[in-house]
Design a protein around this ligand. Structure first.
Ligand SMILES: *Cc1c(COP(=O)(O)O)cnc(C)c1O
Length: 369
């Protein structure tokens, strides 16, 4: 489906594309983030020439000057978005305009140039036109395979002075992904970081940048040492307000049908999944509430049965029920077996739209191929 936004890309096809049999083997068991499709997008930016040199070219190592400022000062942003194959073979993506908008917001915070929505969405279409065969075909409704797309932007100028780079590169790479949960969804244990903070007011918490992830890894190690798969972070000022996980937003289901998620501030990353869950919750007759929620409210609500479910959400894992919150001196478990009905219901609704199994009544899908 060529469109005006894809025609400006020069196509340099790989002369060593992956053999069909090898690709089929990869797609049968892709894991996550381990295998990459045959091509990638690159668009260059310079302070003098703006965005130019739109290309789809063979996937491969970058040539980067050792003085490239991204390697020293971390001037970098990224996105995560998926391509889904529908039953009729067509390929779609989910709310790419939200990712494009967030990418521009992240760029402004990191003093990087803004990429237009047309180039962002056009780059995904151009890559998918070339690498359509890399989008796995679900074997059943429970098979949540997809092609994970990773747009990113780096300061590539060779310069050690500290200022926004005058040369920047944008890339998109694609990686086939299996269902996040193999063999059924089981609630995760979450470590509450009492020492480390993810984001501070005025900082980069709302931007999707590598630096936020680099800063979360020590806490992630701590989590793993305590048998937990993820970390929850509290606010930096009072250590009282629940913010989010390292890469997922949090929701709390209340007995009376309220669905609470922390209100957006500059220390919380606005997830596309979070935004979609808020909309779907209303369709489900729940009452969404965006407001501060304290760790005490979590503890007390879990003990009293007021809170019946906790779940995390993001593009990669969709929706993950949270089984328990582990801290230095306690384990906060929900009182009673909620069964995570609400989380699983919203999860299914979201996946049904993404995989084209139900009506896209909010106009969330964009056809790629
Ligand atoms: C990407 C990300 C999320 C989830 O965003 P989605 O758009 O739903 O994938 C949540 N928190 C952080 C810190 C993130 O980087």
């Amino acid at each position: 489906m060529p469109t005006s936004s894809t025609t400006r890309f020069e196509i340099l096809p790989s002369n060593q594309p992956t053999a069909d049999s090898i690709r089929d083997n990869i797609l049968a068991n892709p894991g996550f983030g381990k295998h990459f499709s045959d091509h990638m997008v690159n668009i260059r930016w310079t302070v003098d020439a703006d965005w130019h040199g739109h290309q789809v070219r063979p996937y491969g190592p970058l040539t980067l000057d050792p003085a490239a400022s991204v390697l020293h000062y971390g001037q970098e942003i990224f996105e995560g978005i998926k391509a889904y194959r529908h039953a009729d073979g067509s390929v779609w993506t989910f709310r790419p305009e939200k990712n494009a908008e967030r990418f521009r917001r992240s760029a402004r915070r990191l003093a990087l140039p803004e990429l237009s929505d047309e180039d962002f969405i056009g780059s995904i279409k151009a890559l998918l036109a070339q690498d359509t065969t890399w989008v796995p075909t679900p074997s059943s409704d429970a098979d949540e395979c997809s092609l994970y797309l990773r747009p990113f932007m780096i300061a590539s100028e060779a310069f050690l002075g500290v200022r926004p780079a005058h040369e920047v590169d944008y890339y998109v790479i694609a990686s086939p992904a299996a269902s996040y949960f193999k063999g059924g969804i089981s609630p995760v244990s979450i470590w509450l970081s009492s020492h480390y903070k993810r984001a501070a007011p005025g900082g980069t918490g709302f931007a999707k940048c590598g630096g936020n992830y680099a800063a979360s890894l020590a806490a992630q190690k701590e989590a793993e040492a305590h048998g937990c798969g993820q970390v929850a972070f509290l606010d930096a000022e009072e250590s009282k307000w629940v913010e989010e996980l390292g890469g997922m937003n949090l929701f709390f289901v209340f007995k009376d049908g309220r669905l609470v998620t922390p209100r957006l501030t500059d220390t919380i990353l606005e997830g596309v999944t979070r935004n979609s869950v808020l909309t779907l919750a209303k369709d489900e007759g729940l009452t969404p509430e965006e407001r501060p929620i304290s760790i005490d409210e979590w503890r007390e609500g879990a003990a009293s049965g007021e809170i019946t479910e906790v779940f995390a959400c993001g593009t990669a894992a969709v929706i993950t029920p949270v089984g328990e919150l582990v801290t230095e001196n306690e384990r906060i478990r929900l009182n009673g077996d909620g069964g995570n009905d609400v989380a699983m219901r919203i999860r299914k609704k979201l996946l049904d739209v993404q995989y084209g199994r139900s009506e896209d009544k909010h106009g969330w899908l964009t056809r790629l191929v």
